[in-house]
Structure formats: C-alpha cells, structure tokens
Design a protein around this ligand. Structure first.
Ligand code: 5AD
Ligand code: SF4
Length: 503
C-alpha cells in the first residue's frame, strides 16, 4: 500500500493535512470556487501533442481497463484516454481483475452517480491487495470536486492517481509519477486549460464516431455542476472540426455525433471570426458522411440561422435533443435557464414548421426546490403539447457548491418520486402514440449489431434515433438497410427488411 503525502507533510510541519486545500500546497488539488471564475484570457490551441519515446515503452506487456460513467462527453474522453494508453504500449483488458492500470472516468451530475463510483472504488481494495503494482486512477468530473478528493484522501487509500477533466493530455507523465512515487498523485486544474488537438483516440467500432466541437459550459443553471467541472466554453477551431469529420468520412464512418455541453454556443468565444454553430453545420452537411447528429442543445441559443440550416436535411438528421428541464416559467427562472415556457414552445413551433417529421427529445427534472403541484402540472402539459419521442427524467439532486443546493427544498421525497412516476407514464404513452404512427412505413436503418436478447435479430437506429429490431444476417452490421415497420412498441420498433440501400 502506498503512503500518501500526508506522512511526509506530517514530518515536515508537525501538522497533518486533512483536506484537499492543505494538499494543494503540495499537489494541484481542485476548488469549485476557483472553477467558477470566467477569465478573459485567450484560449490557445496546441497542435504539438506527442508521447515521448521513453513513455512509449512504459506500458509494454501491461494491460489497462477504463470504466466510464456519465455522458457521451465522458465516453469520448475515455476514447482519448485509451488512445494515449495504447500509444504508451498498453493493451486493453476486458476483465478488470487482469488490468495493471485501472482508470475510473467519473460523473458528478447527480449524487447516485457519485455513490456508484465510491461503491466500486471500495471493491478495488481487494484487487490492490492482490496486486500491489496495480495503478488505480480516478479522473473525470468527480475529480474536479474538492469534497471528492478529500473523501478519497481520507478513506480510499487504494487510489494512486487523481487527475481532472483539463489534465487528460498529461496522462503519460502522471501515470509515470504514480508508478514511481510512493504518494498519491493528484493533478486537477480548476481553471480550464487550453485546447489540445491531435491527441490519439481509440474509437469504439467503425460505424459511429463522436467529435468534440467545444468544451465547457458558461450557462450556470443553478442545479448544475458541469460549468464547475468542465470550465469555461472553449470552441475548437472550425478547420480542426471539419478536418476531423472529413477524416472520419474517408475512413468509412457512417454517422457522427457532434459533442458539446451546449453546442449552440459554439463559436461565441472566437474573437477573430464571426462563426456560429449554424455556420459549422452548414459546412459539415456538405461532407460525405451519411448522418450527422449533435448534442446537447440549449434552447436559449438555438437561433433562426441554425433552424434554417437544419431545414436543408440531407445528412443533418431530423432529430433534436432540446432539454426543457421544466414546463413552469417560475421554476425555469429559479433554475436560471434564461427562457420561459412560452419562449420554449415558440422555438418548438418554429422547429416543427421548418423540419417536417422532426423528432424531439428532452431532459426533465422533477422536484426542483419549491416546485409546487401546479408547477409540476405545467411540465406535464408542456410534455403533452410538445409530444416528445422520449425524455430522460430525473429527480433533482442537490450538488454542493451550486446555488440551488442552498435553496429551501420543501418538496418531500415521496412527492418527488410520485411526480417522476407520473411524468414517465405520460412520456411512455406519448412515445407509444408517436411510434404507432410509424407502423406500415419503410425507414432507413443503420444496423448497429445483433439484438441483446436474440442472436438472429439485428438492432439498428432510424434517422430519428429510434431503435429497430428485425431479422437479418450479421453481415449487414454497419450498413444502411430499409426496414418495413410492422409493430411499434413504446421504445422500440419491429419490422422486416425491405431492400438494401447503397450509401
Ligand atoms: N439533479 C438532477 N438532474 C440534473 N441534471 C443536471 N444536474 C442535475 C441535478 N443536480 C440533469 C439535467 C441535464 C441532464 C444531463 O442531467 O436534466 O440536462
Ligand atoms: Fe456527468 Fe456532466 Fe461530467 Fe458528463 S459533463 S460526466 S454528465 S457531470
């Protein structure tokens, strides 16, 4: 078992540091307060990322395992982490027990996400006991919270390395330090770093690919920890995004997902050019890649130019994830969403008018502090009016350091649970009604794999991202197929192959 810096500091000062703040004198530890600052500094883009010859030998003959929690941004970060590890000579290990390096790429969005990570970290004690050379690392959004780092320092001594969301490019050096140091290595920058291009990525499969277009978030919704864990909004240069998409098209990828915490704010941080998300999509739509999606949109920044570009269709699919969070203007105000119910509904009206057959999805929080029955009913009536194809629904979870965490919350948990249940019932009914309209239609499906429950059945997605099951040969995986829909369920469609489309 490794000692932490605690012992060393004890000898020096006679005092025992108990918090991440004390450790910060020796390590780079996080601070949510610092993370809140939004400086005016210009963001630099670095194109010179390399892994030195010496580092490329470090992982030879060793195996790694990355466990990812949370959103697609995190999934994609894990692809970068894996790419770096492979360039260091490591090979992947499906079994966590057989790995020499284990990294937990964590999510901080709700308390239950964090509880899960702490539970799993506890289990790692046994692996560490069996293999003292094992390196166990924690990265991702939870590492940005001092509360989490303190807890790991105090109770999870099996952890060797903690690094933050802005420190991924430092992984080779940090891993080396963790291997050769007796102390827990902590490097978490609370202030965002520059943009680092050209990091290697190990993409999963060769059909669908994620592409970051921007990092961070400046919206500061009062419930949300992301602006603190991911730093200020920083857009990748358009030419870098376009070059990556072109390269993916050349490699034969069939679908890309453009990623950002708030893609509609793309380009707002450019000082030298006036170039927004609509402009970017207008260029991406001319690239020969069959499907382009994006996530996540903030209703506030969804402008008319963007709607106009999306109305061209083509590879820009008619599906938009447009989180509303609440149907009550009063609650939206307390959430600092910066739009009203009426503004949101007007936006939906414009989108529906410009993009026929558009499929809308949402994120909705119930039980925000002080949410009344009437305010919750406004969420239900908005859902009925918009008719989402699906929505991710959550009970509000207080996040320390955010403004909502100190708001008085008089809604009992039982009431929150009942609201969630009721909302899910309404969404399921509408989802089924929407899907029923597709019976008898023939839809283009990108085949993703075999069904989890039946090997003879293939699973794929429509342009609107609906899951379709149909009988077919596994040679069709990665291809576009026309499927005649015969039976619609609440969250899946069932059908049979019509004809194969050449794309
Ligand atoms: N509690 C519950 N849900 C949250 N989300 C973000 N923060 C919280 C929180 N503190 C939800 C929002 C967001 C989605 C990714 O997670 O709906 O859109
Ligand atoms: Fe979780 Fe948000 Fe971080 Fe994604 S950005 S991993 S959802 S906290």
């Amino acid at each position: 078992m490794k000692e932490t810096k605690e012992a060393t500091v004890d000898l020096k000062s006679g005092k025992s540091p108990k918090t991440a703040a004390d450790f910060a004198k020796y390590f780079q530890a996080p601070s949510l307060k610092d993370a809140k600052q939004r400086g005016k500094e210009e963001i630099k883009v670095h194109y010179d990322f390399t892994i030195s010859e010496e580092m490329r030998e470090i992982g030879k003959g060793k195996r790694y395992h990355v466990r990812t929690y949370g959103c697609q941004m995190n999934e994609h970060d894990s692809e970068t982490i894996s790419g770096i590890l492979e360039q260091m000579g490591y090979t992947p290990s499906e079994e966590i027990e057989e790995a020499d390096v284990i990294l937990f790429n964590t999510c901080a969005i709700r308390e239950n996400a964090e509880d899960k990570v702490f539970g799993e970290l506890g289990h790692m004690k046994r692996l560490k006991h069996n293999n003292p050379n094992l390196i166990l690392g924690v990265c991702g959004c939870m590492s940005q919270e001092e509360k989490v780092v303190n807890k790991i320092l105090k109770s999870y001594q099996q952890v060797d390395l903690i690094f933050g969301t802005h420190n991924i490019h430092r992984l080779p050096e940090l891993l080396r330090d963790a291997m050769f140091s007796k102390e827990m290595v902590i490097e978490v920058w609370s202030k965002e770093g520059d943009i680092v291009e050209n990091m290697p990525k190990l993409r999963e499969g060769n059909t669908k690919a994620w592409v970051n277009i921007m990092y961070g978030c400046d919206k500061f919704c009062t419930y949300c920890i992301v602006p603190y864990t991911r730093g200020k909004e920083r857009s990748r240069r358009p030419e870098d995004v376009i070059a990556e998409v072109r390269d993916l098209a050349r490699q034969g990828f069939k679908e890309i997902m453009l990623l950002g915490q708030n893609v509609n704010a793309y380009g707002k941080d450019f000082e030298d050019i006036k170039y927004g998300f609509g402009d970017l999509l207008d260029e991406v739509r001319k690239i020969d890649i069959p499907r382009v999606r994006f996530t996540t949109s903030h209703p506030r920044d969804f402008d008319d130019h963007l709607i106009e570009v999306l109305s061209h269709g083509g590879n820009l699919v008619e599906q938009i994830h447009l989180p509303v969070q609440s149907g009550s203007s009063e609650v939206l105000k307390r959430m600092a969403r910066k739009y009203t119910r009426e503004h949101y509904l007007e936006l939906v009206r414009k989108i529906k008018a410009a993009i026929p057959n558009v499929s809308l999805s949402s994120d909705i929080i119930v039980g925000f502090p002080g949410e009344t029955d009437e305010q919750f009913e406004e969420t239900i009536s908005l859902v009925e009016e918009v008719r989402y194809d699906f929505a991710y629904t959550f009970i509000y979870s207080p996040r320390e350091g955010t403004p909502a965490a100190v708001m008085e919350d008089n809604v009992p948990m039982e009431v929150k649970k009942a609201r969630l249940h009721r909302l899910n019932e309404v969404l399921a009914r509408i989802g089924l009604e929407q899907n029923k309209k597709l019976e008898g239609k023939t839809l283009e499906v990108l085949v993703e794999g075999v069904s989890r429950t039946n090997e003879e059945v293939l699973a794929g997605r429509t342009r609107t991202n609906k899951l379709v099951h149909f009988k077919g040969d596994s040679s069709l995986i990665g291809q576009y197929v026309d499927v005649h829909i015969t039976d619609a369920k609440t969250w899946t469609l069932h059908g049979e192959i019509a004809t194969k489309i050449e794309v």
